[in-house]
Design a binder for this molecule. Structure first.
Ligand SMILES: NC(=O)CCC(=O)C(=O)O
Length: 274
């Protein structure tokens, strides 16, 4: 399976329309790959909080249209990163007409919508995304020929229980789209490897390059195999990271080193038994 991670630069000098056209062109250039991945909130920038409401789109808005078309023209499975989605109804904290979500779209090679994932862990503590957007509730997996994707977004990477839930639902390839800042790049690399090792799964983590809202982005998109080996890692700038994976490696790793079978579930809290 050939996967291409498009680490697009999200700089303030470029309009959303221009970046959308450029992203579609980059997806089309990946014809021949099986799976193409874009990062989190690449239309606005993950830290451009003021843009979220202004640039929010309905699910089937301009980014959906452009990405569905690009997926079918390239003939690839497309994890189209995420968009600020204004849901048709709801009424989230700062949403106005409807709730805002950080929403991932996945398209099949014929351009059909295959999955929608709304980010569960919102970043910012008591500001930014955490107050502007609503939280998704549902884990999402997507069956591809040869592997099952488990979908997660950026800050989700810090929450191992989400990934265990995806593995329990059959995920073998964990795809994380992100807008991770340079300041915490060491966490990004470490956590990507940890999620691969503990879940004995491939990790495809695609971030952004550039600087928006004064936040330099880490880049360094990374692909890790189920043994924790880094198969490929991008630099800091805009780049397409392409890697060939053998999906069967998940089963062989889990058979040869069956640590997942040794899980002990339902542990009691301290002091429960006297
Ligand atoms: N967009 C995000 O979720 C940022 C996450 C982040 O910066 C971190 O976890 O650190």
């Amino acid at each position: 399976m050939r996967a291409s991670l498009i680490q697009i630069a999200v700089d303030e000098g470029e309009s959303v329309d221009s970046r959308r056209r450029r992203a579609a062109g980059l997806v089309r250039e990946q014809a021949g790959s099986d799976l193409v991945v874009l990062p989190e909130l690449w239309t606005t920038g993950a830290f451009a909080y003021e843009e979220f409401g202004r640039e929010a789109e309905p699910l089937e808005g301009p980014t959906y249209e452009a990405m569905a078309k690009a997926a079918s023209e390239a003939g690839v499975w497309l994890h189209a990163g995420s968009i600020p989605e204004r849901a048709a109804s709801g009424g989230g904290p700062a949403a106005g007409d409807g709730s805002l979500y950080n929403t991932t779209l996945v398209f099949s090679p014929s351009g059909e919508l295959a999955a929608v994932y709304r980010k569960i862990h919102r970043f910012g503590f008591d500001k930014g995304e955490a107050v502007l957007m609503d939280a998704g509730r549902d884990l999402v997996t997507v069956r591809l020929p040869g592997t099952t994707l488990g979908v997660a977004t950026c800050y989700d990477l810090r929450f191992p229980e989400l990934f265990r839930g995806l593995v329990d639902a059959g995920a073998e390839t964990l795809v994380i789209s992100a807008g991770w800042p340079e300041r915490r790049r060491a966490h990004w690399t470490l956590l990507a490897q940890a999620r691969a090792v503990e879940n004995q799964a491939f990790v495809l983590a695609c971030g952004t390059a550039g600087t928006h809202a004064g936040v330099p982005q880490a880049g360094h998109s990374i692909v890790v195999d189920p043994w924790g080996e880094v198969l490929a890692e991008a630099g800091a700038g805009e780049e397409v990271l392409t890697v060939d994976l053998d999906p069967a490696k998940v089963a062989t790793t889990r058979d040869q080193f069956p640590a997942l079978k040794d899980r002990v579930l339902g542990l009691e809290p301290p002091g429960h038994r006297r």
